[in-house]
Design a protein around this ligand. Structure first.
Ligand code: HEM
Length: 566
């Protein structure tokens, strides 16, 4: 280089640093355009270019000076990171118009580490309070609290699923249905599930749920006058019921207790995997470590045992497996074993954890709202007086107060706090919903907890349990006495567009109607037989403190005293 008549020759280190920086910028463009979970592609892009530069600049390929190698890697990696961060913070980024905290805009690792404490639902809600209905919660991710956008994003022609399940399960292969991002593959897989949860199929599951509910009642009767952790009993009930419904049996936690620690494996997995749900690529890397996948492998092995047993023994009833294995469609060949195992786990985990949590929250809400408890008791006594068979669902349709109690519990303490993750495909057009434009490649959460607790959707008492709001709702005025209807607050708001405990559309919770049936049967059975009390010194704030978001909400400890009703 010539300057003021002098010739300057760049030192090899300087030359190395410049080339490395330029390659760092180029590599950022490659990462930006091509998403991949391929670890060898990532490693090659991260490690090979600086080495090549150091080699090229050196005189001898046999001996590269250590400092040059160091300079090359330092310049390459720091330019790559700097370019990545400045782009994410710059007005050129497609999500630049959406506000959000700096940490979220820079890296998903920010939310990943925050999520470990279990309060990301509260964090997102606070962000919405601060920034509005659309918040940037990751470099390429939004949280949405806009009721009018719910149907467009997750409804009948909504977006495909997002990638968080890939991270949670530490693999991008053999995903259960809930994690399948490709729309048509998801739809194909969902057909068997839809048959397994048709009204006719659910009617056949009624009897087995009723039997398990009665077994739960009998086990609790043994603890009359004593204190129990009711959430543990719901864990046992829901796991046994899901195994019955999915495989025609295979679990006896209500009878034997949790000797194999099924529930601690499930809960530990949920907590640990929340981190990786935010950074799927890191989850996939982590999945290569044998120790990391041990809990998932033990679940797979247990479920494989159930599948094999079910295949050998068949089933006296039409269980969910009957449909998942295409036994109802003889012309279709059965799916591969791995798919049956993956979907079997999905049924048991997705069905047991959620229902157990929802039942625990119902009991907590009733015990902290004695007037509601009394009203529900009156309704249960009317339809299911002592001696009336609670496993029959014939009166459920008429039990409007029970429906209001369940709806309200699922509003305030929704087991799926985060709602649904979806993603605008990177290789297609962006999506416009009203004034909201979502660019290609953006992942998003339609955030149930924020929608459910927003005073502009549910008022008064948006944070409190108040089942009456469902009776005051415009579509059910005839359910209330004239005096009660007169008591309706003038500023009453009830926006069911914002209510989504089971999500919506063709990828919503396929087990919704089964879950509601299960909950109704158990609540009627318990209210008919028992009067529960909270332990005297129980601090009810503990419930909110321990109601944590690990995709499915954790179930706080709920110590109750059991009394038999005369
Ligand atoms: C109160 C209980 C339950 C709640 C609140 C709940 C909630 C949810 C939510 C929010 C989703 C995500 C849907 C989406 O991505 O849009 C989901 C998916 C799913 N749920 Fe549930 N669920 C419950 C019970 C059950 C039960 C009993 C089953 C029975 C097997 C079940 C099976 C599933 C399955 C298979 C999916 C994946 C659906 C798909 O990807 O197409 N759930 N659930």
């Amino acid at each position: 280089m010539e300057l003021d008549g002098h010739i300057y020759v760049w030192s090899p280190e300087r030359l190395t640093a410049t080339y490395a920086a330029v390659l760092g910028l180029l590599t950022h463009q490659v990462f930006r355009r091509h998403e991949t979970y391929c670890i060898s592609a990532h490693l090659t892009l991260l490690l090979a270019p600086p080495l090549l530069i150091a080699l090229t600049v050196s005189d001898s390929w046999q001996c590269i000076p250590k400092t040059r190698l160091l300079v090359s890697y330092a310049a390459y990696l720091s330019t790559l990171v700097l370019s990545l961060v400045s782009y994410r913070l710059s007005p050129l980024h497609p999500l630049a118009r959406y506000p959000g905290p700096l940490g979220c805009r820079v890296s998903k690792l920010w939310m990943a580490s925050l999520s470990r404490a279990g309060y990301q639902h509260v964090y997102y809600r606070d962000l919405h309070k601060r920034y509005g209905s659309v918040v940037r919660i990751g470099p390429n991710e939004l949280s949405i609290r806009e009721p009018s956008a719910v149907m467009a994003l997750v409804g009948p022609s909504g977006l495909p699923k997002g990638p968080h399940v890939t991270g949670r399960l530490l693999t991008d292969k053999d995903l259960p249905m809930i994690g399948i991002e490709d729309l048509s593959t998801h739809m194909t897989r969902r057909r068997a599930w839809n048959r397994g949860f048709s009204s006719a199929a659910i009617a056949e599951y009624e009897e087995l749920v009723g039997r398990r509910a009665m077994q739960l009642v009998q086990r609790l009767e043994e603890h009359q006058g004593k204190q129990v952790d009711i959430e543990r009993w719901f864990d046992y009930f829901s796991y046994d019921a899901m195994c019955d419904m999915t495989f025609g049996g295979g679990s006896e936690l209500l009878r034997d207790g949790d000797e194999n620690n099924v529930w601690s494996v499930l809960s530990a997995g949920m907590t640990a995997m929340t981190f990786f749900g935010h950074v799927p690529w890191l989850g996939v890397y982590f999945g290569y470590l044998p120790a990391a996948t041990r809990p998932i492998k033990s679940l797979l092995a247990a479920c494989k045992g159930l599948v094999e047993q079910r295949m050998q023994q068949g089933s006296r009833t039409r269980d969910l497996f009957h449909y998942l294995n295409h036994e109802d469609q003889m012309e279709q060949s059965p799916p591969p074993m791995r798919q049956l195992v993956d979907d079997g786990i999905l049924a048991i985990v997705g069905g047991a954890d959620t229902v157990s949590g929802a039942l625990t929250s119902v009991i907590f809400c009733l015990l902290t709202h004695p007037e509601t408890y009394d009203k529900l008791q009156v309704e249960v006594d009317k339809y299911y007086p002592p001696g009336e068979d609670v496993s029959s669902t014939r009166w459920h349709r008429d039990m409007k107060y029970l429906e209001a109690v369940i709806n309200e519990t699922l509003r305030v303490y929704s087991p799926g706090l985060g709602g649904s993750q979806r993603k605008v495909p990177a290789d297609g057009p962006g999506v416009t919903v009203g004034s909201l434009y979502i660019p290609p490649g953006t992942a998003l959460w339609v955030h149930a907890f924020s929608l459910h607790r927003d005073p502009s959707n549910f008022f008064p008492f948006p944070d409190d349990f108040w089942p009456e709001r469902w009776l005051l709702a415009p579509h059910s005025p005839d359910l209330l006495s004239p005096e009660a209807a007169d008591a309706k607050p003038t500023n009453f708001v009830h926006n069911e567009e914002a209510y989504m405990p089971f999500s919506h559309g063709p990828m919503n919770c396929v087990g919704k109607n089964f879950a509601l049936m299960e909950m109704r049967i158990v609540i009627c059975a318990l209210v008919q037989r028992f009067r529960f009390r909270l332990r005297e010194d129980y601090d009810r704030a503990d419930y909110d403190r321990n109601f944590k978001d690990y995709l499915i909400a954790s179930r706080p400890n709920l110590p109750v005293i059991i009394e038999l009703r005369e």
